[in-house]
Ligand binder design. Structure first.
Ligand code: AMP
Ligand code: ZN
Length: 137
């Protein structure tokens, strides 16, 4: 299903032109218009799902297998030194376009990008509390 008001639906289905580097029945992979680095790509399903919570399992599997393929392609073609796979869900997590997508970001020694987080201190007790909250019903 396509959302008429969604720009990534239009791009994924070819209604708006993009710099496509891969396409199949389910996905289009495009170059990001505001790239973190050279070759920053976005994996877009052709159907509309807001985020990973909505994405059906079969497409989730396909999307991450495709992310691996695109990673290998970019490594081979652009000779990057590293690569980040990033997938944001929700405004709080940095999502700005609410159509599921995976960022494939090649990294270079001198790219001056900072993709990461500030590690917090945590005790064994606190870790156990969280483990219980998640793991035990
Ligand atoms: P996110 O913050 O995870 O939702 O990522 C959205 C990404 O989409 C950003 O990296 C934007 O630069 C990129 N973006 C937004 N509009 C376009 C567009 N029309 N074509 C290509 N990339 C886009
Ligand atoms: Zn969409």
């Amino acid at each position: 299903m396509i959302d008429e008001n969604c720009i990534f639906c239009k791009i994924a289905n070819g209604e708006i032109p993009s710099k496509t580097i891969y396409e199949d029945e389910d996905f289009r992979v495009i170059l990001d218009l505001g790239p973190a680095t050279k070759g920053h790509a976005l994996i877009l399903p052709k159907d509309h799902y807001n985020d990973v919570y909505e994405l059906p399992e079969d497409l989730t599997g396909k999307a991450f297998i495709l992310a691996k393929k695109i990673s290998l392609l970019l490594k081979k073609k652009l000779n990057c030194d590293g690569l980040n796979l990033i997938q944001n869900n929700g405004r709080t997590a940095g999502q700005t376009v609410f159509h599921f997508h995976i960022h494939v970001i090649p990294r270079y020694h001198d790219d001056h990008q900072h993709i990461g987080w500030n590690p917090q201190e945590i005790s064994q007790e606190e870790l156990e509390e969280i483990q219980k909250e998640i793991f035990e019903s």
